[in-house]
Design a protein around this ligand. Structure first.
Ligand code: HEM
Ligand code: SF4
Length: 566
């Protein structure tokens, strides 16, 4: 993994020192909260409903065991012994005390981490495929490019005061696991006609109150031109993005106002004026950075393991976990292990300090010292030998982290909602907990198959509800919390924005409504191979709407789920 050089180390230490001084001035009354605000936000310190919250970047979702242990130490020492992993590969500490923030920033710097550019109208933490470097379907490791982009976009004066925040995601695999089509810029590494790699570039994706799926601005950008092309996009956005209206300031609004062709024309005109050699990355620099990401030298291991097979035969829970959470690795004999932070009844994306320590320990013993954070708010051990799967599973069971629900209905994405956020209309966490409790039976959950359920507490869409196969949005209706349900969204290559199914529900009716939707799918799907999303695309929303709001259909559909032959 990437290691800081002297420049990085000095820069982060200097920032920590400055921040300590700023906090001291605030505490002594030398700065008002208003004067302090831009300073704290540049170091990821937000003010939420009840306390400050510190958002820490986990660049492209990669953590060493040492870093995760340090996050556990921070949670235990200065927070309430937990952290919240977000969809954008950050961790948030929800109960930070202002006087402790400098010590936390110092503790982060000790392990080459920081909270810079996790807030504000700048280029935020660049996110990537959590299976980067180990995925069986990968063309090229996107972490190298994510690191290149991190260096290019960090404290770049021209990108520090953009019209609005800016999010970039990158994948090098066939399957999109980073929701690139819902980012301001999405990058996919693809092969060109001669077999060389380059980038397919998408622009203008995003959610919030005006959701858009990203549009393809370049089909194949040569790899050595990436930085100058992105710089041209940023310049056009910086010049013409709407600064007069915060709701219209994201690049998606500009792209859609101009139309893709005109936006592309302006980008290419700008690109032609740039001194590309001074911006594009020299090949030697790429080689230098790539060296940090050389794959670990893995011992040859047999893909077949008699002990593993025997355990799977005798232990159905273990077998279910292997089927659900364990994924093919590019090297035979090794596996990618998904660690669920979604035990039914718990807060989605939260991990306790003890759980973080347990995962760090498993990474040290069985996982080549590495952990990843996912878009789905879970963790991953990217490289585990098949023969160690049982030991890893036992460790996860002991830590309460072995729920076998990767990408199933209880693997819910949820924002903090009204429990923490001062922008919220409604609670998101308790709704997620209630729904997960309804679907606590692992056999039923597995029989439902892949189904993404996402919840946001307001239209800002931090919980990516638009991209959920089932989306739930908290709305305020005459002072009471209501929830609008959408169906058919997807964050993947077939990205789509969900359709509103009908009038909103009160909190107490939401879990039942989700049951009705699932039961309707269960009754109408062609067979168990037809996923919820595929069935929805075939059926449209009418049968779901009828089951939810009509009479008659609901009991039959619910009965279908209850009597399911699973
Ligand atoms: C409680 C503190 C938070 C605040 C005040 C906050 C605020 C916001 C706001 C105002 C936006 C909309 C920006 C726009 O459309 O221009 C936004 C977007 C977003 N937030 Fe948050 N957020 C918070 C926490 C989170 C968390 C915990 C997550 C992840 C679980 C998250 C993930 C996102 C994502 C992915 C978007 C982009 C949605 C899009 O594509 O437009 N945020 N946030
Ligand atoms: S979606 Fe709304 S309620 Fe949820 S975290 Fe974002 S701003 Fe807060």
């Amino acid at each position: 993994m990437y290691r800081y050089d002297d420049f990085d180390r000095t820069f982060v230490a200097e920032r920590a020192r400055q921040f300590r001084g700023q906090v001291a001035r605030r505490l002594e009354g030398g700065l008002t909260e208003e004067q302090f605000k831009p300073l704290r936000l540049q170091n990821g310190l937000y003010l939420q409903l009840h306390a400050y919250m510190l958002r820490v970047a986990i660049p492209y979702g990669v953590l060493s065991a040492r870093q995760l242990s340090q996050l556990a130490m921070i949670a235990r020492t200065w927070d309430r012994s937990f952290g919240h992993f977000t969809t954008r590969q950050n961790i948030q500490f929800n109960w930070t005390k202002l006087e402790d923030a400098p010590a936390i920033i110092d503790a982060l710097a000790d392990v080459e981490m920081h909270a810079i550019q996790t807030s504000g109208n700048c280029i935020r933490n660049v996110t990537a495929d959590p299976y980067a470097g180990v995925a069986a379907d990968e063309i090229e490791d996107p972490r190298v490019w994510a690191e290149v982009l991190r260096q290019w976009s960090s404290i770049h004066p021209e990108f520090t005061f953009l019209p609005r925040k800016f999010k970039v995601a990158i994948t090098g695999a066939a399957e999109d696991r980073a929701a690139i089509l819902f980012h301001d810029i999405g990058l996919k590494i693809v092969k060109g006609p001669e077999g060389e790699t380059g980038f397919r570039v998408y622009v203008g994706g995003g959610q919030g109150r005006t959701p858009y799926v990203g549009l393809e601005i370049a089909t194949f950008l040569p790899r050595d031109r990436l930085l100058s092309y992105l710089e041209a996009i940023m310049r056009v956005y910086n010049l013409h993005g709407r600064r007069d209206n915060i709701y219209k300031a994201r690049i998606k609004i500009l792209v859609n106002a101009l139309g893709l062709d005109e936006f592309r024309r302006q980008v290419e005109a700008e690109w032609a004026t740039l001194d590309r050699p001074s911006i594009d990355l020299p090949a030697e620099e790429f080689t230098r950075i790539a060296a940090y990401f050389k794959p670990a030298l893995l011992k040859a291991a047999s893909a077949k393991d008699a002990d593993l097979d025997a355990r799977r035969h005798s232990d159905t829970a273990f077998d279910r976990w292997v089927r659900n959470n364990v994924v093919t690795h590019r090297q035979p004999g090794y596996k990618i292990v998904n660690i669920s932070l979604k035990e039914p009844g718990k807060i989605p994306g939260d991990a306790s300090a003890d759980q973080m320590d347990a995962v760090a320990d498993l990474a040290r013993r069985f996982g080549h010292d590495e952990i990843r954070v996912t878009y789905q708010q879970n963790l991953v051990l990217p490289t585990v030998a098949s023969r160690d799967l049982a030991a890893v599973y036992d460790g996860l069971v002991a830590a309460g982290l072995a729920t076998a629900n990767t990408e199933l209905i209880t693997d819910i994405i949820a924002c903090p909602g009204l429990d923490y956020c001062n922008l919220a209309n409604a609670r998101a966490i308790p709704i997620a907990q209630e729904i997960a409790r309804k679907f606590a039976d692992p056999v039923v959950v597995q029989s439902i198959g892949p189904l993404r359920l996402n919840i946001s507490g307001c239209i800002n869409a931090c919980g990516h509800h638009h991209a959920g196969n089932i989306g739930i949005l908290g709305v305020d209706k005459k002072g009471t919390e209501h929830y609008q349900i959408t169906l058919g969204g997807s964050p993947k290559d077939d990205a789509a924005i969900g359709d509103i199914v009908g009038p909103s529900f009160t909190a107490e009716h939401v879990p039942g409504a989700i049951e009705t939707i699932v039961a309707t799918y269960f009754e109408l799907r062609r067979d168990s191979a037809e996923t919820f999303l595929v069935a929805y695309r075939r059926l449209g929303k009418a049968p779901f709407r009828d089951a939810l709001y009509g009479t008659g259909a609901k009991p039959a559909a619910t009965a279908a789920l209850e009597n399911a032959d699973v």
